[in-house]
Write a protein that binds this ligand. Structure first.
Ligand code: ASP
Ligand code: MG
Length: 477
């Protein structure tokens, strides 16, 4: 059971989470938590302030989050849980020492950053473990650094799954089997030398999936503040509604294209271990939820499972005469991207030009320099990707036509289709992304007339057919 930042953000929320975990104690839950609310942002900001040498600013930046955690701890645990309150005071003291060190040295390495930002998850996990203990549960806080072994790419460490399996079997599984609830930190890991690492922003979901895999769990539950994965971002499309089932590849595609539901890497371990992932609403624990399962019946839908958008992105159009009848041209072009560590999202080619999308902060000036003599580069900033995702898209007749017609009068600047069987992507000006989402949603997810009693959603579970032959999972970043 993984609880996100909004599910553990305050007294009421933590109280609800504790009740919820206790409710499920017969299922031997292993609990993974995120940092409370925006604590991770505050920790990053404090670390940056300290690097500038301003310790007062750094401490002031983190003070509200620490004060909030201490207030919540006081309220929930009361004065008599001296042990838990002391553990939380230790977190505060260690953080202050670290920030002072950074401020004195005016040096902030990625390794130190990870050590600092990991305290957010540490606070919540200590707090929740203490709370469960106070309510009579047999509970153990296990430091994630004992089992979540990673490499040393600080800030976006890669988990070492074989080692994790072994360490989880040693440090987590025996407690669960004995009926002890285990509470641990998401997002945080450690290298073989014991240096603290993090899995990248939003990485707690991934932690939960890694644990689910290592424990061969029945299910990985991602508890958040929405009813599962929605057909679109409800801030852009108010009529967006929860989806019953998705394939892992669809979920990964949606995550990669901007749906802020799950960390894109979450699906891989769950797929490999064949553990279904459910995305559930902490506020409505018995309400609707989404199941991400490879056995999803995709034949039952209209070709599109959900929409996502991501922006701003920058479109680069590279034009050269050398592309005519030459081989190896694209390799040379993309080698320059690789050398500068620029990730490409979408690619489209024409006779003598290639267009692709990159992140807005990519070192484009340096790229243009490197490509001098090879290609002329046109740069279009402030664009957005609008993606329609659904298994079997390539073979669903008329879907592309319907989507293009729905977008009218707007015409997309780029169209990407056929790279796999589940993604149809458009690039539009950033200002048009919301309207494009709305129009596509109207087309593919028309409001269900209230007169009809037919349910808007498919019956559950719709996991009936196996994935098509040749289906491969390809979402590992
Ligand atoms: N607390 C981390 C973040 O804000 C990890 C997570 O919440 O998944 O990115
Ligand atoms: Mg998250």
């Amino acid at each position: 059971m993984k609880f996100g930042g909004s599910s553990v953000g305050g007294t009421e929320q933590l109280d609800r989470v504790a009740e919820h975990v206790l409710d499920k104690r017969a299922l031997q839950p292993c609990v993974v938590v995120s940092a409370m609310g925006k604590t991770t942002d505050a920790l990053f900001a404090a670390a940056r302030a300290a690097r500038g040498g301003d310790i007062d600013a750094a401490l002031a930046t983190i003070a509200p989050a620490l004060g909030h955690a201490e207030a919540v701890a006081g309220e929930l645990l009361g004065e008599h849980d001296a042990h838990a309150l002391a553990a939380i005071a230790v977190v505060r003291d260690e953080l202050h020492v670290l920030l002072r060190g950074v401020a004195m040295l005016r040096e902030l390495t990625p390794r130190t950053t990870d050590t600092i930002v990991a305290y957010g998850e540490r606070l919540t996990s200590l707090l929740l473990a203490a709370l469960l203990a106070q309510r009579g549960a047999t509970v153990l806080h296990v430091d994630a650094r004992r089992f979540l072994r990673t490499d040393d790419r600080f800030g976006h460490a890669r988990p070492q799954r074989d080692l994790i399996a072994r360490l989880v079997a040693e440090h987590v599984a025996p407690h669960l089997r004995a009926g002890t609830i285990v509470v641990t930190e998401g997002y945080v890991g450690a290298t073989a030398e014991g240096y603290t690492t993090t899995l990248g922003r939003g990485g707690s979901d991934w932690s939960a999936a890694l644990l689910g895999e290592a424990l061969a769990a029945e299910e990985v539950q991602i508890w958040t503040d929405v009813e599962g994965v929605l057909t679109a971002d409800p801030r852009l499309v108010p009529a967006a509604r929860p989806i019953d089932v998705l394939t892992p590849a669809e979920a990964a595609e949606l995550a990669a294209f901007g749906a802020k539901v799950l960390h894109p890497s979450t699906m891989q371990p769950a797929v490999d271990a064949r553990v279904p992932i459910t995305v559930r609403n902490t506020l409505l624990p018995r309400g609707a939820f989404t199941t991400i399962d490879p056995r999803t019946d995709v034949a039952a839908r209209n070709g599109i499972a959900a929409l996502a958008t991501r922006g701003p992105v920058t479109v680069l159009t590279m034009t050269s005469t050398r592309m005519l009848a030459t081989s190896g041209y694209l390799a040379k072009l993309f080698a320059a991207f690789g050398a500068l560590d620029i990730c490409i999202d979408l690619v489209v080619t024409a006779e003598i030009s290639v267009a692709c999308t990159v992140e807005p902060d990519a070192p484009i000036e340096r790229l243009v320099e490197q490509l001098a003599g090879l290609a002329r580069v046109e740069i279009a900033r402030d664009r957005a990707i609008v993606a329609a995702v659904g298994e079997g898209l390539r073979s669903a007749p008329g879907t592309v036509e319907r989507a293009c017609r729905a977008l009218l009068p707007a015409t997309p600047e780029l169209i990407c289709f056929g790279g796999n069987d589940r993604n149809l992507s458009f690039v539009v000006h950033r200002d048009q992304a919301a309207a494009a989402m709305q129009r596509l949603h109207d087309e593919f997810f028309p409001a269900v007339a209230p007169a009809k009693a037919a349910p808007a959603r498919q019956p559950r579970p719709a996991a009936r057919i196996a994935p098509a032959a040749g289906h491969t999972f390809e979402a590992s970043p």
